[in-house]
Design a protein. Structure first.
Length: 141
């Protein structure tokens, strides 16, 4: 039996309708960096994105019609990014045009939540001692 860790990383893998739109969102608006891509037909079909210590993977299906028929993506799924300062990311992302509902405190964390272009919910969260259910505009005056 080995004493070293075996499972080291879980990486969200999103099937996306439009790779170009998703890359614009994740790279230009959320400041992820594309570190690996797969271009078997001259355009990106899969890629690995990284920001700080967090990674995600995106893939565009070859059969977009079947993908569209499967219905909305991301229902019931949230990816929770644990951060040092979620409110700083709220300001950064908002300045780049990301539409975000007002941050709130839930489970002792500031929560900055919004969907990506395919409906996957992204939550950027950071610890706080601000009372539960406080909204940003009530706290920051």
């Amino acid at each position: 039996m080995s004493t070293s860790s075996n499972i080291r990383l879980a990486v969200p893998f999103f099937m996306v309708r439009d790779m170009e739109a998703s890359l614009k969102f994740y790279v230009e608006q959320l400041a992820f960096t594309k570190t690996i891509d797969w271009t078997p037909r001259g355009k990106i079909e899969w890629c690995w994105l990284q920001r700080d210590d967090v990674s995600i993977m995106l893939q565009e299906p070859r059969n977009r019609e079947k993908f569209d028929q499967e219905g909305p993506k991301g229902k019931g799924l949230s990816i929770c990014f644990q951060c040092i300062d979620a409110l700083a990311l709220y300001h950064e992302f908002s300045a780049k045009g990301v539409e975000i509902k007002e941050p709130f405190v839930g489970n002792n964390m500031w929560v900055v939540a919004f969907p990506d272009p395919d409906g996957y919910r992204l939550d950027f969260e950071s610890p706080t001692d601000v009372p539960e259910e406080t909204i940003y505009s009530e706290w920051f005056k």
